[in-house]
Design a protein around this ligand. Structure first.
Ligand SMILES: Nc1ncnc2c1ncn2[C@@H]1O[C@H](COP(=O)(O)OP(=O)(O)O)[C@@H](O)[C@H]1O
Ligand SMILES: [Mg+2]
Length: 273
């Protein structure tokens, strides 16, 4: 029988409460047509922790995120998440017939004021586009609008499903930096699904690899921030994670072995110029 136990868990809001979990998943199973895509999966995320989730295409990452977001409740097992959570997908999913600020407020209870949207848009550097129609936004702008829509919910848990996947390399670097800043400022827990190993190592406190329906491997990222791909420890972590994903790194010492890494190198070079 499916158990559906979405409810709030302890957060660090109150200093008297012991540090709890932002996410607690135990024995989670999700099957499609009798096939368990998620198979007795356990996962804990601490309040304020930034976790990246890697795994081959089709291994169940989006399925897991949708369950955590409360969008899929046909599950077995235990899932505890904060009441305040928000999700942003690879496609920004803006309603074309609503101006950007109205998109940001979409789905919020009551009659939220425009100023609320404007504050969230300012936080992602998009205040000047509040009145625009979605189709006039660039890919990066649309993704920032999508982030503003997540932030306006004041989430204790931010769920991101390959949010930078469709962006060009330089826009992607900017979006990664923005998420890093927002996370540091807001202090919410983040679960970022990505297929980009460098992105995971750049941003996360901990990186998980999903395989065969469970978290098959995890590693803490013991690098100081801001992180640089030139750090030898960065290359080590990347090589190990690629290995766990069944991909051998072409040349672990090369800082430009992926589009993201190449763009990071280009951005660093541009900043230094
Ligand atoms: N609604 C659904 N109905 C049937 N199969 C699904 C559904 N959603 C996902 N799946 C299947 O579950 C597996 C995992 O999908 P998904 O979580 O989207 O993978 P990932 O995000 O890791 O690429 C895939 O084999 C996919 O076809
Ligand atoms: Mg997916």
């Amino acid at each position: 029988m499916a158990t559906d136990v979405h409810r709030p868990v302890t957060t660090t809001k109150s200093p008297s409460t012991p540090p709890g979990s932002a996410v607690r998943v135990a024995g989670l199973t999700r099957s499609f047509d009798g096939r368990a895509v998620i198979d007795r999966l356990d996962l804990d995320v601490r309040p304020g922790e930034f976790v990246a989730l890697l795994g081959r295409s089709g291994c169940g990452k989006s399925t897991l995120l949708r369950i955590l977001a409360g969008l899929d409740r046909d599950i077995e097992g235990t899932v505890l998440v904060p009441r305040r959570k928000a999700v942003a997908f690879q496609a920004p999913r803006l309603m074309p017939w609503k101006r950007v600020w109205r998109n940001v407020l979409l789905g919020l209870a009551g009659r939220p004021e425009r100023a609320l949207a404007e504050r969230a848009l300012a936080e992602v550097g998009l205040e000047h586009r509040a009145n625009a129609w979605p189709k006039t936004l660039s890919g990066g702008e649309a993704q920032r609008a999508s982030l503003a829509r997540a932030l306006v919910r004041e989430p204790d848990l931010l769920l991101l499903d390959e949010p930078f996947g469709a962006l060009d390399a330089l826009t992607r670097i900017k979006a990664q930096r923005l998420v890093d800043e927002l996370w540091q400022r807001r202090g919410c827990a983040v679960l970022l699904v990505t297929h980009d190993v460098e992105e995971a190592v750049l941003l996360a406190d901990r990186v998980l690899v999903m395989d065969e329906g469970v978290i098959a491997y995890e590693t803490a990222i013991d690098l100081e921030r801001p992180r640089g791909i030139a750090d030898p420890r960065f290359a080590e972590l990347r090589t190990e994670l690629l290995h766990r994903l069944g991909v051998e790194a072409p040349d672990a010492s090369s800082p430009a072995s992926s589009p993201a890494a190449a763009a990071a190198a280009a951005a660093a070079a541009a900043a230094a110029a």
